[in-house]
Design a binder for this molecule. Structure first.
Ligand SMILES: NC(=O)c1ccc[n+]([C@@H]2O[C@H](COP(=O)([O-])OP(=O)(O)OC[C@H]3O[C@@H](n4cnc5c(N)ncnc54)[C@H](O)[C@@H]3O)[C@@H](O)[C@H]2O)c1
Length: 358
C-alpha cells in the first residue's frame, strides 16, 4: 500500500523557510522567551520542516508556546550542569523548552569532545525535543560524529506485550561524508513516530497495517486518538517473526541512557510531554585523519547507492537521503505547512499579539 500520510499541494501551503523562522521567533518571544532561546527553538523546528519531518516541525510552536504560557515549560530556563567529568555531564534542562535544553546539552558535549575527544551528556528535567537528529547533526560542522536520543511517555507496546509501556524513543546518529551527503539516521524505535498517526487522522487517510495494534492484538488501519489507551504502536519489527524484540530492546536502551542514567525517569514514569535525553559527540581527528574518514564514508555511501535496486524500486538510498532531497526542494520552493496548522500558527501569532509574517 502506498504511503498516503504525506503533505501535498492540496493539503498544505508553501511558505519560505526564512518567513517561518521569523514567525516562530516572534511567537516564542511573544510569550516571553528570551531572544537567544527563541532563536534556537525556532531554528530546530524550521529545520525539521525543511527536512521534511513535518510531524516535528513548525506547527509545534503552537503547543510549545501554550506550554510556556501555562507555566508547564519554565522560562527563562537555565541548562545547569549537576555533575561532570572531562568527558561526561549530567545536566538539568530546568524544565524549560526541550529543544533548548537538548541544544545546549549538545553544545556541552561538543566542547568536551574538542578538549578530550569525547563528550557525553545525559539531560533530565526536560521536555519534547522534536526531531532528535538535530542535536546529532550539530556535531557535523565540527568534524565530529554525533548521537542523540530521547525518551518519552508510553505510546509503544513491548514485544509480546499488549499495553503501551515505552515512548517512541528515537535515535539520531550523524557522521560527516566528503563529496557525498552526510549520513543522518533519525528513527523512532517504533515502526513510526506517533506524530504520523496524528497526521493521518488529520488528513483523513488510513495508516498502513503494522504501525499500530489494539490491546486485543488486532491490526489498526483507521488512525486512532493518541490519548486513548486501548491501542499501541508496534515496536520496530512489529511481529515476533520479524524481530519486534529488537525494536523493543533499542527502546529500552534509549530509556536507560536518557531516563535511568539521568535519574529523570523511564518512559512509564514520565508525564505526557516530559522527555529525558542523551547526546554524544566524538572527535574523529582523535582516531584518524578527518579527510581520510570522509573519503571512506564516500566509498561506503557510493557503494550502497550503486547497489542494484529491487524490481519496482528506482534507487538504493542511505539514511539522510530522503530528508536531504526534501531540503533541496523546500529551500528552493518553500516549505509545505499543513493547511490547518498554517491557520493555527497565524491564529497563535494574533493571540500572542505579534505580527503575522507568513
Ligand atoms: N521527540 C520525540 O519524542 C520523537 C519521538 C519519535 C520520533 N521523533 C522524530 O520523528 C521523526 C520521524 O521518525 P521515523 O522513525 O518515523 O522516521 P522515518 O521512518 O521517516 O525515517 C527513519 C530513518 O530512515 C531513513 N530512511 C528512510 N527511507 C530510507 C531508505 N529507503 N533507505 C535508507 N534510509 C532510509 C531516514 O533518512 C531516517 O533517517 C524523526 O525526526 C524522529 O527524531 C521524535
Amino acid at each position: 500500500m502506498a504511503n498516503k500520510v504525506k503533505l501535498n499541494d492540496s493539503n498544505s501551503t508553501r511558505v519560505p523557510a526564512g518567513d517561518l523562522q521569523k514567525q516562530l521567533l516572534s511567537i516564542f518571544q511573544g510569550v516571553g522567551t528570551p531572544e537567544h532561546h527563541a532563536e534556537i527553538a525556532a531554528k530546530v523546528l524550521v529545520s525539521a520542516s525543511v527536512r521534511g519531518v513535518d510531524t516535528h516541525g513548525v506547527a509545534n510552536v503552537v503547543g510549545y508556546s501554550q506550554a510556556i504560557e501555562n507555566g508547564v515549560y519554565t522560562i527563562p530556563q537555565q541548562t545547569k550542569v549537576i555533575t561532570e567529568s572531562e568527558t561526561t555531564a549530567l545536566v538539568s534542562g530546568g524544565n524549560g523548552i526541550g529543544l533548548v535544553s537538548a541544544y545546549e546539552g549538545m553544545e556541552i558535549a561538543i566542547e568536551k569532545a574538542k578538549n578530550y575527544g569525547l563528550g557525553m551528556v545525559s539531560i533530565r528535567d526536560g521536555h519534547h525535543v522534536g526531531m532528535v537528529a538535530y542535536y546529532a547533526m550539530m556535531a557535523l560542522e565540527h568534524n565530529m560524529i554525533g548521537m542523540s536520543m530521547t525518551t518519552a511517555a508510553p505510546a509503544v507496546r513491548p514485544a509480546l506485550g499488549a499495553r503501551k509501556m515505552l515512548g517512541t524513543n528515537p535515535i539520531g546518529f550523524a557522521a560527516p561524508a566528503g563529496a557525498e551527503r552526510d549520513f543522518v539516521l533519525d528513527m523512532a524505535t517504533s515502526t513510526v513516530a506517533s506524530g504520523k498517526v496524528g497526521l493521518a487522522r488529520r488528513l483523513g487517510v488510513p495508516i498502513p497495517e503494522g504501525w499500530a495494534v489494539t490491546n486485543e492484538g488486532k491490526a489498526i488501519t483507521d488512525p486512532p486518538d493518541g490519548e486513548n489507551d486501548t491501542w499501541s504502536l508496534n515496536p520496530l519489527g512489529n511481529t515476533r517473526e520479524q524481530g519486534s524484540h529488537k525494536g523493543y530492546g533499542l527502546a529500552m536502551m534509549v530509556d536507560i541512557l536518557c531516563g535511568v542514567l539521568s535519574g529523570g525517569g523511564f518512559s512509564s514514569q514520565l508525564a505526557r510531554g516530559e522527555n529525558m535525553s542523551w547526546v554524544m559527540a566524538i572527535d574523529i581527528a582523535r582516531f584518524r585523519d578527518v579527510d581520510d574518514f570522509k573519503a571512506m564514508m564516500d566509498d561506503m555511501i557510493g557503494e550502497l547507492h550503486a547497489t542494484p535496486p529491487m524490481p519496482g524500486e528506482d534507487r538504493v538510498l542511505v539514511a539522510g537521503d530522503p530528508e536531504a532531497d526534501a531540503m533541496d526542494d523546500r529551500l528552493a520552493n518553500g516549505v509545505p505547512v499543513e493547511n490547518g496548522q498554517y491557520a493555527a500558527i497565524k491564529a497563535r501569532a494574533a493571540e500572542v499579539s505579534v505580527e503575522i509574517l507568513i
